[in-house]
Design a protein around this ligand. Structure first.
Ligand code: FNR
Length: 347
């Protein structure tokens, strides 16, 4: 019934997916001491290895990227070994897994890493508090210097190398959801007037430098990126953002990445300045492999893929509720509905 979802999909010369279903990146806040992935996490991911590709929960590239409790890292030897257990378990079940590389920028909190300040493109604080830790109010970040930006580019590349050492098949740059990379791409959070701000080309510079450094480290075939052209969380709306993404997308297309992945919770949202849905906007400006996401069922995803709206579908919450999501869809069995209480355990 959902035949199109179960067609193999060739990303490039190096990677072919056994079906078109990705497990979306899903933060679970269950890493062990030292932000090291656990055996339970290995078992959790292995149960979902029949996805065409698993994208790991967002994984911080260095300590000051942390904005939530117990999110895993990819910058110490112990973390690399912990992830090795996860990737071995997924590969043993015939799966593929990319690491999602994360720095939360101004959504970080010094509470988690014991530093003096958080960093972001500009010293503009987010109004609000850390989810489930409401006593932690977001701080005014320190605006990054150009040298500090260059250091971050190297730190992203190092984390990508670490991901390969940990056995990942590739990485997804987390450029979505108002975290560090996305903060450069929106006028609400980027008020810089140097070569990293004030024009579409300048605002795209850091995201593209990170992308190029990761390509140089691990190859374009193993590099994907997630983007949120429409501001919908932790970010103010600004219609000038459209020009930034109009510039960025053809630049990414030239780099022939593994894929571009939309970052959004609900793809039925419409953005005035994108002339509609974020997925339609991306498709219009990006002809290579595009991953859709955000409230899709097997039904609506197959239809959208058949209509060419995107090439692959990422499934998030249903994968939390159904470790056997792919088998259930393939057999036409009903799936269990997701509820927030399911986040308490790593089944
Ligand atoms: C998410 N999402 C998310 N996105 C991301 O890029 N990195 C992440 O670590 C997370 N973490 C995360 C945790 C939880 C509990 C939820 C519910 C969501 C967003 C996720 O990848 C996806 O875009 C949305 O869940 C929408 O897809 P579904 O759930 O409607 O299929």
């Amino acid at each position: 019934m959902y035949d199109i979802l179960f067609e193999p999909y060739r990303l490039n010369d190096k990677i072919t997916l056994k079906n078109r279903i990705l497990m979306a990146p899903l933060t679970r806040c269950m890493a062990g001491p030292g932000l090291v992935p656990t055996e339970d996490m290995a078992a959790y991911y292995a149960r979902r290895a029949d996805a065409g590709l698993i994208v790991s929960e967002a994984t911080i590239i260095r300590p000051d990227g942390q904005g939530y409790p117990n999110t895993p890292g990819l910058y110490t030897a112990e973390q690399i070994q912990g992830w090795r257990k996860v990737t071995d378990a997924v590969h043993a079940k015939g799966g593929l897994i990319f690491a999602q590389l994360w720095h939360t920028g101004r959504v970080a909190h010094t509470y988690f890493f014991g530093g003096e300040y958080t960093v972001a493109p500009s010293a503009v604080a987010l109004d609000g508090t850390v989810p489930r830790m409401r006593e932690l109010k977001y701080e005014t970040p320190k605006a990054l210097t150009v040298d500090e930006i260059q250091q971050l580019v190297s730190d992203y590349a190092k984390a990508a190398e670490n991901a390969i050492e940990a056995g990942f098949d590739g990485v997804e740059i987390h450029g979505a959801n108002a975290y560090l990379i996305d903060e450069f791409l929106h006028n609400d959070s980027n008020r810089r007037e140097d070569e990293y701000g004030a024009s579409p080309e300048n605002m795209s510079r850091f995201p593209l430098q990170v992308t190029d450094a990761i390509i140089a480290a691990i190859g374009r075939e193993r590099t994907g990126i997630r983007l949120s052209p429409g501001a919908y969380v932790n970010m103010g709306t600004d219609s000038r953002d459209r020009e930034v993404f109009d510039y960025l997308l053809p630049q990414l297309e030239q780099r022939q990445l593994a894929y571009v992945h939309l970052g959004i919770f609900d793809d039925s949202l419409r953005f005035d300045y994108l002339d509609g849905q974020a997925s339609a906007y991306l498709r219009h400006h990006y002809q290579q492999t595009l991953v859709g996401v955000g409230g899709y069922s097997a039904d609506s995803a197959s239809q959208a893929i058949a209509e060419g709206k995107f090439d692959l579908i990422a499934i998030g919450r249903p994968f939390i509720a159904n470790p056997d999501y792919v088998a259930k869809v393939r057999q036409g069995e009903p799936t269990t509905a997701y509820s927030d209480e399911m986040l308490a355990t790593l089944y």
